[in-house]
Design a protein around this ligand. Structure first.
Ligand SMILES: [Zn+2]
Length: 582
């Protein structure tokens, strides 16, 4: 394969020097020196594996080239390799099967990678019973049927049935929850699990398959219940914030949990992008089923610089003056059959004025005007020898990214003002999620309990004067104002203490933050979260443990917690030098 002797010696040495020890009852045994094979987890091993497996691919490619195997109808790609999974496509023809068997044997003898036919499956696609018997007689494999798992995904020649996908949800997602000890996690801990584990598992499926809406709903039910209660199922009353809002990005007021439906659209867009920019992929040219939102967003996010015009669609791509013809001449486009719109390239359209003959039916008065304008624009347009260049508008690099595509679906949404101060400043996750709930008015204070007809204290447990709302507890309450005074005085920021007329925590935080010197802004944000957290904990101790409100106790708790936060890495807090509070 063209590797020099020194490279081969190097690799051989690496393989020869591998050894293993077996630990039995805690005692490592003698060294076992390997005759062949790789160390487990060696970063080289996947590369070597690919090099070796490429030989198998070449064997089949050669057999194809020499006409020994019946050609495949579609792309001609016979092998799909991933890790130790190999999918091989062959005609159910006895000669082809025998040759396949021999090729696998030759490959096995040369490489040591023998195919265990007993562990392999034959999955017939459109075969009658007689042929299946021939196949199993020749290959001696088990005959299986779709849906079959490949790379952990259920694949099928037909549309996947509800039952198949439900099994997948049970196995891959729902059954994982009990082991997670959710009762020991805070809301923010569970949010992390939902963001990075429960959402990541289905994303793998979303990349490959077009997923029905009920499937997303079924997964969302699990994600939502786990987030709020740590269980598989939950009733609506336990969910403090509407799921649609939770699934927004952080800057739009959510918890940054991916909206799987939107994520699916964004992930599908990658196929459209690759289809455009890498037309040599084996599957290029197959019709990829995508959601209409995906194709619409894709169309407005890509601008094309036409070179030879061979990879740009005349009627639908954005190639003329940075626009597509639907924008420039909507009434003309209406008269072009949809199938032509999806396939006619700029190169073909300009040749012999094919685009003119694409227009079927009467244009009408407006259409005629547009047609004449379009005629002028297109006549001035010339092709060259360069390849068409497609530019993804939503990234400065011009290359597609799923992240930018996902964000694009949220364009125009209202920003959640405090998001940067909240999520980008130092504080433990549980405190941040508490502040997030407090700003959204979603803590279980008396006002909310009353609304739901639940038992609730008549007055604020800290001042015993006013009605208890979370905004009152954290800012306008006499107790809270004394607390903030004690906290802010050593920083010479007494002017920032919330007043009786303060509207809400978010409002006060923003106004105060604006007046803090620049170098202390980050530390101030942490301080606000810490203070609010301490007041809330003090309130809970009064409500649930029967403690009497006491400013000294709260301030002591504040000081202790402050030391812990600084020790844990809250640099902004350290820079404030609030240790001087006594
Ligand atoms: Zn109060």
């Amino acid at each position: 394969m063209g590797f020099g002797p020194s490279w081969c010696t190097l690799i051989a040495n690496l393989l020869k020097s591998a050894s293993t020890q077996i630990i039995l009852n805690g005692e490592p045994g003698d060294y076992i020196y390997h005759q062949r094979g790789l160390r487990q987890g060696d970063p080289l091993s996947p590369m070597l594996f690919i090099l070796v497996m490429d030989v198998l691919n070449s064997l089949f490619a050669q057999a194809d080239l020499e006409g020994l195997l019946k050609p495949l109808q579609s792309t001609g790609q016979r092998l799909s390799l991933y890790a130790d999974d190999v999918a091989l496509f062959i005609h159910p023809d006895e000669a082809d099967l025998q040759l396949t068997k021999s090729l696998l044997e030759v490959f096995g003898n040369a490489s040591g990678l023998h195919t265990n036919l007993h562990k392999s499956n034959v999955i017939p696609i459109k075969c009658d019973r007689y042929i299946i018997e021939v196949v199993s007689g020749t290959l001696q494999c088990t005959t299986a049927s779709f849906p079959s798992a490949y790379l952990g995904l259920p694949i099928s020649d037909k549309k996947l049935r509800k039952g198949d996908l439900m099994t997948w949800i049970e196995q891959k997602i729902a059954n994982k929850l009990p082991g997670w000890k959710a009762s020991l996690m805070s809301l923010s801990g569970r949010a992390v699990m939902v963001r990075f584990v429960l959402s990541a598992v289905p994303i793998y499926l979303l990349v490959a398959l077009k997923i029905p809406k009920w499937f997303i709903k079924a997964i969302d039910k699990i994600r939502r219940s786990f987030l709020w209660k740590g269980r598989k199922e939950v009733n609506g009353g336990c969910c403090l914030v509407a799921w649609e809002k939770v699934m927004r990005p952080l800057e739009l007021g959510g918890l940054g949990i991916h909206n799987l439906e939107v994520m699916g659209w964004a992930l599908q867009m990658r196929w459209l992008w690759i289809g455009k920019t890498k037309p040599d992929r084996p599957w290029a040219g197959l019709e990829i089923p995508v959601h209409s939102n995906t194709s619409a967003m894709f169309a407005i996010s890509v601008v094309t610089n036409v070179g030879n015009g061979e990879n740009t669609l005349f009627w639908s791509d954005h190639w003329l003056l940075g626009e597509n013809l639907e924008k420039l001449a909507p009434n003309v486009v209406k008269c072009v059959p949809p199938k032509i719109r999806r396939t006619r390239t700029v190169a073909d359209a300009l040749l012999n004025l094919t685009w003119v003959s694409d227009i079927k039916g009467a244009l009408g008065w407006l259409g005629l005007v547009e047609y004449l304008q379009l005629w002028d624009l297109v006549s001035d347009f010339t092709l060259n020898d360069l390849e068409d260049v497609h530019h993804w508008k939503l990234e400065s690099s011009g290359s597609f990214s799923t992240k930018s595509a996902y964000r694009a679906f949220f364009f125009g949404s209202i920003t959640f003002e405090p998001w940067k101060r909240l999520w980008k400043s130092w504080a433990p996750g549980k405190c941040k999620t508490f502040i997030w709930l407090a700003i959204r008015n979603r803590c279980w204070t008396a006002d909310r309990l009353q609304k739901r007809g639940l038992p609730h204290p008549d007055h604020c447990p800290l001042c015993d004067q006013e009605e208890e709302t979370v905004q009152h507890i954290l800012t306008t309450c006499v107790f809270a104002r004394q607390f903030w005074f004690a906290v802010l005085q050593p920083l010479n920021l007494v002017a920032l203490v919330p007043s009786r007329r303060t509207v809400s925590l978010a409002d006060w935080w923003l106004r105060a933050w604006r007046k803090v010197p620049k170098q202390h802004k980050k530390g101030f944000n942490s301080l606000v979260m810490l203070g609010a957290w301490i007041i809330w904990k003090h309130r809970n101790a009064c409500v649930f443990d029967g403690l009497a409100p006491c400013l000294q106790v709260a301030l002591q708790a504040y000081k202790d917690e402050l030391q812990l936060w600084i020790a844990a890495g809250a640099k902004g807090l350290k820079a404030l030098r609030v240790q001087q509070i006594e």
